[in-house]
Design a binder for this molecule. Structure first.
Ligand code: MG
Ligand code: ZN
Length: 223
């Protein structure tokens, strides 16, 4: 084994151990956590805003926003009613377990039911870094094109749920839904998928029901 490979394996091993610790702390506090990943502009923050609106009064939610710079997204999540923590990665193109640890340390976990982690907008490496969250969700969006599963297979393979955002634009954009879904099916058979629009609100109730169902199931089983 080359020294370079050994170093990369050590880094990933350390990250996975810290992710396991994050998970244990979330479990102990009864907080269900979602890792939300997507390319820049797919609508992560908009989906978080709409989700927070619908969950207001029923769940205590915090949002952790990973960005290379600025706190624009955390400010939007806070305005929508969540406790929000901004993580500026200082140029890194993904969140890792250390960064989530730093965010968890700023939150009163016992006072929360749900944590939504908005990863850095990027379709490549976020899928490779465990954070300790319970579910990974990918947001694809219609304007990105129908070829993304074919171009970014690792991301599509590694997630538990897929949201297809901006479906209100389907009449105006060349996007073959069958071709897109075939690509997804090859990589991640039977992946649960929610077509939504944050503009028209189409599909948002189904998506939020999935979130609620997961939080309730987690509360019942303690995992
Ligand atoms: Mg955002
Ligand atoms: Zn990265």
């Amino acid at each position: 084994m080359s020294e370079r490979i050994r170093i990369v394996e050590d880094i990933m091993g350390a990250n996975d151990r810290l992710a396991a610790q994050n998970r244990a702390d979330l479990d102990a506090a009864g907080v269900f956590a979602i890792n939300l990943m997507a390319s820049p502009g797919a609508g992560k923050t908009s989906l978080i805003e709409k989700t927070l609106e619908k969950l207001a009064g029923s769940l205590r939610v915090a949002a952790v926003d990973g960005d290379i710079a600025t706190s624009i997204d955390a400010d939007r999540a806070a305005a929508a009613g969540a406790t929000a923590v901004q993580i500026n990665t200082g140029g890194d193109c993904h969140l890792d377990a250390v960064m989530l640890r730093q965010a968890l340390d700023q939150l009163e976990l016992d006072q929360l039911d749900l944590l939504i982690v908005e990863n850095v907008g990027n379709l490549i490496c976020p899928a490779s870094f465990q954070l300790g969250t319970h579910k990974s969700v990918l947001i694809a969006s219609v304007p990105e094109g129908d070829d993304k599963p074919y171009k970014y297979p690792t991301m599509y393979k590694g997630v538990d749920t897929l949201v297809i955002n901006k479906v209100d634009l389907l009449p105006y954009i060349k996007f073959n839904m069958d071709y897109f879904r075939q690509g997804v099916e090859l990589l991640n058979p039977n992946l649960e998928t929610f077509p939504v629009s944050c503009v028209t609100a189409e599909g948002l109730d189904e998506w939020v029901a999935w979130v609620m169902g997961n939080v309730e199931g987690f509360k019942q089983t303690g995992k």
